[in-house]
Design a protein around this ligand. Sequence first.
Ligand code: IPE
Ligand code: IPE
Ligand code: MG
Length: 243
Amino acid sequence: MIDDMLDPAKLPKHVAIIMDGNGRWAKKRALNRIRGHEEGAESVRAIVRASREIGIRWLTLYAFSEENWKRPKYEVEALMRLLKRFMVSERAEMLENGIRFQVIGRVRKLPGDVQQTLRDTVDKTSHNRGMVLTLALSYGGRQELADAVAEIAHGIESGALRSGEISEELISRHLYAADMPDPDLLIRTGGEYRVSNFLLWQIAYTEIYTTPTQWPDFRKEEYEKALEEYQKRERRFGAVGGE
Ligand code: IPE
Ligand code: IPE
Ligand code: MG
């Protein structure tokens, strides 16, 4: 059942989410942080499903940042195992629901077996047109820009590009997912008011919604609340408003 408070004509085309608060969710229940991540994976499942039902075209989830490599080894390993398990268990549903899966980030830093599982899912879902699910893994916005600059510089060195051709559009085309539109709505769970190196270039005019709800508790109803709030906003993009 889709929330009848939502106006289908005013849905964000692209929703990006900083899924934060798994550790605190677990701590509050005297559980291991890993249990928080496991429960967080259930929220991922629920939000992917809800997005598809509601009619969101692009959903981007921040699952592991470049800075998250600094976490204890056992936590990083548990996250990688969980990721692999999730990819395998969700593949059938992605195929059934026409979801195209892709990854942004320095994927080469991930363990080989995880990369393989990701690649399999990307390949198997590449023809789907229903919704694009992007996972940000080993992702950092500054690293993405550094990688784009390096690619552009390489193009200039090789003579394929002239410096006069550098434009916003050219930079956008050198980001990890060249065809991805900028997010309309950025949601952060877990109550912090920061961007934590997520999609720095792409969020120039994105509406931001934060909630104290921890990610494992963020399910369909909370999501619909965020979308309702988004629909009340007036986006001006630097121009004069409507009234
Ligand atoms: C978000 O939850 C998941 C990842 C960053 C992988 P956290 O693990 O950051 O949870 P908190 O912020 O410590 O509660
Ligand atoms: C942001 O959460 C990264 C992800 C959700 C993957 P963090 O927990 O890593 O962010 P900080 O450390 O609170 O800024
Ligand atoms: Mg956190």
